[in-house]
Write a protein that binds this ligand. Structure first.
Ligand code: AMP
Ligand code: ZN
Length: 472
């Protein structure tokens, strides 16, 4: 599989460090509010990446953190902790907020067929790991204590801006809210590893540490959790593009300084879901959730298809019109699948392999999901029997996860129920009687029966398979 690597700015042939196991890390949600559909775009595309890797034969171990402490209003370590802000907003405890929004996140993921990662670790579970890494960074001279906090000293690195196509202005994109000068920092980009002092004194969760009672910075959480569960080397690290700076840049700085060697080989960044007023974001207050889409009558699968129809490295613009187009496409697709009937047929393995090859090629070309979706239409148009088509669709849906066959089953059942509901033995008998009269050349009587049915709102349709009827 070729994947674009944000580190090298090139598409590279993907090769994991260890044969047959891919170690994958995903930055999880900050659970102070519902995930918006922009966040979920990132998680959908990361889910497809994981499934595509599995589809091509790899075992994947995927780890995700849950940020329940230390993510401040600005990604540049200033402002109030988002969790504390959320707790105040709802008059609840931080832990109650964390539990509620973690559950809400996984419920949204389930609706969107986003597989739960193998390991999900709340940041508050791994305080000892962070203390160990921060202590070692101080010992090695990469971190310093100032004004009550421990900072990473970015001047100690040969290269700090590892995703170096960014210029300073672009870098500010990741710094989501107003940045205040922190006089304790030796260098502009130094970042906090451990806080004991903040102007927001009511931080809810605090732990003992060698530097005083306090709490970890957001960036150290992902390094600590990844190293705890995946060891010293990582194959792929994922996240939304806004995480590239400062979050991922800082993760690399501290992890590699701590480990003394390269940490992660491939960086997979999903570009943003935008509205006409820019990036959808929680901090702006107004955002769309999966529940809201459902309330408006959209199947969550429609949103998944909407995301799959565009490449993960392009910004995607959300509008209701665009979503309606995806809804119409999904409905048509499922109706076509519902019309297939492979009963009693054998899968043509040669055609199946050809169809599969086209699909794999799309995924292997930097996860080109829009072409992979087109492969579904190629299946429907293919000159082969229905059993082969259904087998190919089921196979592709292991990666696309669009409920293709189960949604088609629902339609088939509905059609059968409608037919059963409209069954009427008396009308059936009259239609049969008319057929008999016609056969016996009693045309006047046959016409009389037809007129009687007509007066009751029933129309007879003569077909090569015999007479049928319908209500008009
Ligand atoms: P957060 O809960 O704010 O930490 O964000 C969770 C994930 O969603 C991160 O990987 C972000 O980079 C990503 N993200 C945030 N906003 C968007 C957006 N508008 N479109 C796509 N991904 C986003
Ligand atoms: Zn992270």
């Amino acid at each position: 599989m070729y994947l674009y690597n944000s580190l090298s700015h090139k598409k590279e042939l993907f090769k994991p460090n260890h044969e047959n196991i891919v170690k994958m890390y995903t930055c999880g949600p900050t659970v102070y509010h519902y995930a918006h559909i922009g966040n979920l775009r990132s998680y959908i595309m990361e889910d497809v990446l994981e499934k595509a890797l599995r589809y091509s034969g790899y075992n994947v171990k995927r780890v995700m953190n849950i940020t329940d402490v230390g993510h401040l209003a600005s990604d540049a370590d200033t402002g109030e902790d988002k969790m504390v802000k959320g707790a105040k907003r709802e008059n609840k405890s931080v832990m109650d907020i964390a539990k509620f929004y973690t559950d809400a996140f996984f419920s949204d993921c389930e609706k969107l067929n986003i597989k739960r990662p193998d390991v999900v670790e709340p940041a508050t579970n791994c305080i000892d790991e962070y203390i160990k890494i921060v202590s070692s960074l101080i010992d090695k001279g990469f971190a310093y204590f100032a004004g009550g906090n421990v900072y990473f000293d970015t001047s100690k690195l040969d290269q700090y801006y590892v995703f170096n196509d960014h210029n300073e202005d672009d870098l500010a994109v990741g710094v989501r809210e107003g940045v205040e000068e922190d006089p304790n920092k030796r260098n502009k980009n130094d970042f906090v590893l451990w806080f004991t002092k903040s102007k927001f004194e009511d931080q809810a969760l605090k732990w003992d540490s060698p530097w005083g009672v306090g709490y970890p910075g957001w960036h150290i959480e992902c390094s600590g959790i990844s190293i705890k569960h995946l060891g010293e080397d990582l194959d792929i690290h994922c996240g939304g593009i806004d995480n590239a700076f400062p979050h991922h840049t800082n993760e690399i700085a501290q992890s590699e300084s701590y480990l003394g060697h390269k940490w992660c080989n491939y960086w997979f960044h999903v570009h943003h879901l935008n509205t006409d007023s820019g990036k959808m974001s929680k901090s702006k207050g107004e955002f769309l959730t999966v529940s809201l889409l459902e309330q408006k009558g959209y199947d969550p699968m429609v949103y998944r298809l909407f995301c799959l129809q565009s490449h993960y490295r392009r910004n995607l613009v959300f509008s209701w019109e665009n979503l309606d187009n995806a809804a119409a496409a999904y409905e048509k697709l499922i109706a076509k699948i519902a019309a297939l009937n492979g009963n009693g047929e054998e899968v043509d393995q040669t055609v199946f392999a050809q169809l599969k090859e086209r699909f794999s090629k799309a995924l292997d070309g930097d996860l080109n999901t829009s072409v992979a979706v087109t492969a579904l239409y190629d299946v429907l148009k293919a000159k082969t029997n229905d059993a082969t088509k259904l087998a190919a669709l089921a196979d592709f849906d292991q990666v696309l996860s669009l409920n293709l066959l189960s949604a088609a089953d629902v339609i088939r059942k509905k059609q059968a129920e409608e037919e059963a509901a409209s069954a009427d033995p008396e009308i059936d008998a009259l239609v049969a009687a008319r057929t008999d009269e016609k056969k016996a050349k009693n045309f006047a009587e046959a016409d009389r029966i037809r007129d009687e049915l007509k007066s009751r709102g029933i129309e007879i349709i003569d077909t090569p398979q015999g007479a049928k009827w319908r209500k008009v």
